[in-house]
Design a protein. Structure first.
Length: 283
């Protein structure tokens, strides 16, 4: 085989070699940590979270909205939805959770009311829709953006309805003399009302919210940025947050570098061949 033909094979051989390394990065065996759950809610009187991933919230649950109108919960879950269970007289934990959620909602790229919505439901049957309206006003203002009215709804209900909703998402709580003992968590629902993800604590990163919403909208056409985030990040059950997937990011970087190198070698080879051809022609 002539040296010229061998040189033409260099880019192809190099690309195949790099692709093999990249596929190992993408497909290498990784043991996923087992999901960690909080104290099971089946134990009466013990607050905690019992994850019910893949299950759906019940149909026919009716609450009062922040304007005093009766509304079925399912009618509000028609897009990826962040559900928070708090109570409006809470002095610390609930306020921290809602305030942090408001701040993050003002930073993420998804459009509230169009691509996702937030539902805050009080676990205290004594809370009124007037209190709900006041909370809505405060937290929508805290987002710092033009947040649409349908983007964040606040609901109150009777004890039985609240209990059914809380049980369906595995949210355990109990009343105390000065309030409630309850966990701090968000429940992310799909447009069909299925439980997709739990986010724990009262502080969240924009990446946590954006990734959970991307998961909730999986299978539907969405903006390219959440798709890229899904490619580069994964949910870590041990830490209960989203972490950068180094293997995937490395693989993407190698593939991108390989593509540039392949283009460079091709162009270099063509230039050399053209010079050699011109030299032969002049002879």
């Amino acid at each position: 085989m002539k040296m010229k033909n061998i040189r033409q094979l260099y880019p192809i051989i190099t690309l195949i070699f790099i692709l093999v390394i990249s596929l190992q990065a993408f497909g290498g065996d990784r043991k996923e940590a087992l999901p960690i759950t909080s104290v099971p809610t089946d134990n009466p009187g013990v607050p905690g979270i019992e994850e019910r991933l893949g299950e759906s919230i019940p149909e026919g649950l009716t609450f009062l909205d922040e304007y005093g109108s009766r509304i079925e919960l399912g009618s509000l879950v028609d897009k990826p939805t962040i559900l928070s269970l708090t109570y409006f007289s809470c002095k610390k934990l609930c306020n921290n959770l809602s305030a942090n959620l408001a701040g993050v909602a003002g930073m993420i790229r998804s459009s509230p009311g169009a691509e996702y919505s937030i539902l805050t439901v009080s676990i205290d049957e004594k809370d009124t829709f007037q209190m709900a309206r006041g909370k809505k006003r405060d937290y929508i203002k805290a987002t710092g953006i033009a947040f649409p009215d349908n983007g964040w709804r606040f609901l109150v209900g009777d004890r039985e309805t609240i209990g059914r909703l809380a049980a369906s998402v595995g949210f355990g709580f109990r009343r105390l003399e000065d309030g409630f003992d309850h966990p701090a968590a968000l429940v992310v629902l799909s447009a069909e009302g299925r439980i997709i993800r739990y986010l724990y604590g009262d502080r969240f990163l924009p990446m946590d919210i954006q990734m959970a919403l991307a998961e909730a909208s999986a299978g539907r056409t969405g903006p390219s940025i959440p798709k890229l985030l899904q490619l580069c990040y994964r949910y870590d059950p041990a830490s209960r947050t989203y972490v950068l997937d180094i293997l995937k990011v490395s693989g993407i970087g190698v593939l991108f570098t390989a593509a540039l190198f392949f283009i460079y070698l091709n162009k270099s080879g063509r230039k050399k061949d053209q010079k050699a051809g011109n030299g032969n022609h002049r002879k």
